[in-house]
Design a protein around this ligand. Structure first.
Ligand SMILES: [Zn+2]
Length: 245
């Protein structure tokens, strides 16, 4: 019996390791910016996956002159012209980058990640990246240099493909709002804990979620501590998993 159990476990482990549909084969890359002497600097990245605009966050960024890198999808761009106009009116604050055309995870095998169906093939990953860039081009913004896929999870082969297209891939080091699902207090706590070199991820497309209030509180706390904010195009971003080198 003991032998059977041992054998069974070995088979189970090997199946689990090689299963092509296994989410275990995906990577969630990190990104840091080069530290700087002084009181430190962080990069704020905000995803606009779809839906609307959290004007609490957008207004706070403008009022407090906090620069941010906004990852936008083709879907979001189509329905948020007023927000895009505000961002484009402040080119010193906002850098718009590529979050894909349809918000499909850049995973080239069919599977679901956090309930979202992956692009599912190399061709579909390519289409997701290129349609995101094309949607940004229509706004008149500079061509994007960074890509972040929906869910921020990737298959390693998709990472290699996206790099060949000329994009760096934006991981992060602090998950600020847990996919915009955290409460205001916890979101504020996570963001306020950022240190020199951190790259924060949060969302700017969920105006009804409590997390948005926490994003604003966390950012103001960082600003009060004397940290400065930089956009990804103003900093040397270093990621793992071959995402930036
Ligand atoms: Zn997203």
């Amino acid at each position: 019996m003991r032998l059977f159990q041992k054998h069974f476990c070995a088979v189970a482990i090997s199946l689990w390791a090689v299963s092509p549909g296994s989410a275990r084969l995906l990577v969630e890359p990190t990104l840091h910016i080069k530290p700087e002497a002084g009181s430190g600097r962080v990069a704020l990245t905000l995803d606009a996956c779809g839906g609307k605009t959290d004007t609490r966050i957008l207004s706070a960024l403008v009022e407090n002159k906090i620069p941010a890198t906004i990852f936008v999808t083709g879907i979001w761009l189509k329905h948020n012209a007023a927000a895009v106009e505000i961002m484009r009116a402040h080119p010193d604050l906002f850098e718009l980058e590529n979050h894909g055309g349809r918000h499909l995870p850049a995973v080239d095998t069919p599977q679901k990640i956090y309930g979202i169906r992956s692009a599912g093939s190399p061709q579909a990953v390519l289409a997701e990246v290129e349609s995101g860039a094309a949607a940004l081009a229509v706004t008149g913004e500079p061509a994007p240099k960074w890509f972040r896929g929906a869910t921020a999870e990737y298959s390693p082969s998709a990472i290699a493909m996206i790099r060949k297209l000329g994009f760096k891939i934006a991981g992060f080091s602090i998950n600020g709002d847990g996919g915009s699902l955290l409460g205001a207090k916890e979101t504020a706590r996570r963001i306020a804990a950022a240190n020199d070199g951190d790259v924060i991820i949060a969302h700017i497309n969920q105006p009804t979620h409590a997390a948005g209030e926490g994003v604003v509180q966390g950012l103001l706390a960082l600003k009060a501590k004397g940290l400065t904010f930089v956009r990804l195009d103003d900093a040397d971003g270093v990621g793992n998993e071959g995402t930036t080198d």
